[in-house]
Each structure stands twice: as C-alpha cells, then as structure tokens.
Design a protein around this ligand. Sequence first.
Ligand code: NAP
Ligand code: ZN
Length: 353
Amino acid sequence: MPTTTNALSVPAASAPFEAVQIERRDLRDDDVRIDIAFAGICHSDIHTVRDEWGAAHYPIVTGHEIAGTVSAVGDGVTKFAVGDRVGVGCLVDSCAECENCKNGQEQFCLKGSVGTYNARNYDGEWAAGGYSQQIVVTERMVLRVPEGIELDEAAPLLCAGITSYSPLKRWGAGPGRKVAVVGVGGLGHMGVKLAAAMGAEVTTLSRSADKADDAKALGATTHIATSDRAAMREARGSFDLVLNTVSADLDMEAYLRLLRPNGALVNVGLPPSNFSVKPGSLIIGNKSLSGSNIGGIDETQEMLDFCAEHGIGATIERLDASDTTTIDAAYDEVVAGKVRYRYVIDTATIPSA
Ligand code: NAP
Ligand code: ZN
C-alpha cells in the first residue's frame, strides 16, 4: 500500500499554497523512504510554480533541497539504513546506463533524468517534491549528509550548494584565482563560501551595498555594488571567473568586461529570457561564456563531504508552515532579494489537510 503524507501544493500558477495529502509509492527493492525534516526554497521552485519557464504541471509540490532521516528501506537497499541522515536534490531518477549517467552526469541522462518535481517518473506518475513530510526515492539518488552539518543547513546544499560547487571546481577556483560571484542570494552565498574554502579570492557583486558586511562574513574580501558605475569600471579585467547566479535579466556584456584574458563567465541563473552578447566581447580576451546545471550524484556527495570538512552549511532562515500564507510571502521576499540567504521550511509544521 502506498503511504500518504502531508504536503504543500500549488494548484495553479497564480494560486497560493494549500495543505494537501499526497501519496508516496510503496517501497520498491531499491527504494528509501525519507522522513523529511527540512526543505529549502530555491528560486527555481518559484520560476516553476509561477510558470515563468512554461510547462508547469499543476498541482505542484515543489522542493528539491531535501534533508531528513531514513525511515524505511526496500529489501535490496545496501547503501542506507533506518536512521541515516540523508538528502535528495534535483533528481530522483535516471537510467543509470547511458554514457552520461555512467560518467556521473545523471542530470544529462540520455533517457531523460527525472526531476524531483514537475516531472514524470519512468512509471508515468508525476513526481512530488520536498515541501512534504515524506518522500520515497531510489537509493542511487540519495545522498549521505555527513555528521557536523545540521539538517536545516544541509538542505540548501542539495541544489544551491552543488550548483555553485560544480562550476567553481570545473573552472579552477582555488589559490591565486580571483572569483566574482554575481547575486548574493541562495546560490550566490553558497558560491562565496565554497570559492573562499577552495582558496580563491572572492568578490561579491550585488545590486547595492546592503549585503556588503554579510558578504565579507561569508568569505568575500571585496563587495561591489553594481549600481556604482565607477566601481564597476575599476573592476574591469580583474577576474579569472565570474559566476552569475542572478535570477533576472542581466547585461552580460558588463560582466564579460570584468574578466581577465582567458577568463570565464559561468551562468547558472535561469531567467526565462535570452541574453545577447557581441561575438567580439568573447573574442577580445579569449573569453568563455559557459553554463552549468546542478551536478551529478557523485559530485554532490563530494560537495557535501567538502562542506563537512570545511565546516560549511547554508545560512538559513527557518519557516513555520502552519500558516501556509507564510510560504507565499516567503516567495515574494525571495523575488525581492530579501532572504538572508535561504528559506528552509520546517516540514514538521506543514498542516494536515
Ligand atoms: P535567489 O536566492 O533569489 O538569488 C538571486 C539573486 O539575484 C538575488 O539575491 C539578487 O542578488 C539577484 N537579483 C534578483 N533579482 C535581480 C534583478 N532584477 N537584477 C539584478 N539582480 C537580481 O535565487 P537562487 O535560488 O539563488 O537562484 C538563482 C537563479 O539560479 C534562479 O534563476 C534559479 O532558477 C537558478 N538555478 C539554476 C540552477 C542550475 O542548475 N543552473 C540550479 C538552481 C537554481 P543581490 O540582492 O545580491 O543583487
Ligand atoms: Zn534549485
């Protein structure tokens, strides 16, 4: 028999959250049932439920930054036992057989990876995400949360953490390298912590000076308000890597100008609109414009272990969901850039429907 669990669901693009009961499938041999403790609010949840990317399938239970404890395992599960502290990120399945899965890039599974929400499982059922009290996931997609990281501070690592870690590592953030992080939000604040822990010299770029003190506490040595045209001009040609985490349109040309020769602007922000770049802005200076999509399962575990080793968790504000309008208001605050720096839903407070 499938189990039922309390969840927060959005029935339509402009509708508020409501408390519902959803079903979680009966455990298959390779399944792990997780009692979710915390679920982070990623800006991708907001783009999705507000149908900014199109293709939203309602009702939607969002949430792909999940941390909790294993409460049951299928007969064939070998990696996890009841009581283990675990996480689930943006993926709940992939084929495991194609070259991309075998290379540890399950997000690019050739059969089509299964997202944690707004996606169909291979059995045709719609997946439902982490704003709920339980989830059932094949053990291959479950991560171990190391001791030393509290579950509430671990949850955002499952998306914001890995999405920052993967490009920082790929593009060589480390000693002697100057990294700029654009946008100090959920992804951005993790980008600062991780790049600093990798040994890079980190500068934050934010719309104003409001987050300057926080940015330095997170590990940045310099903070630039992008509204300060003189400071932006002075910063030209100074970074090896610019990580753009902004959820809205940006003038990419302005950020390409900040790169040293051979530098890279890596975009992880995902607003729905196009950006435009003159070919010459890449050619002059041998610059790269790149993108990065979350990270594979092994790399996500590597990131969690790196965070434990360096004492890194997300900087969070916990949300009580007993009044569901709190979550609607939290979405507005994230869009307004007011969150410091990730909202995390205490899922025990989700009301029963
Ligand atoms: P977030 O917490 O809202 O942070 C975004 C930051 O962008 C804000 O804190 C703000 O920083 C800046 N910003 C917001 N609106 C802006 C505007 N109109 N102009 C300039 N700057 C603005 O969002 P998030 O959860 O970090 O997600 C960021 C983006 O990454 C989203 O588009 C999300 O969908 C995407 N994402 C991509 C991946 C991937 O795999 N590539 C994974 C997860 C999320 P300041 O206040 O400092 O200016
Ligand atoms: Zn996310």
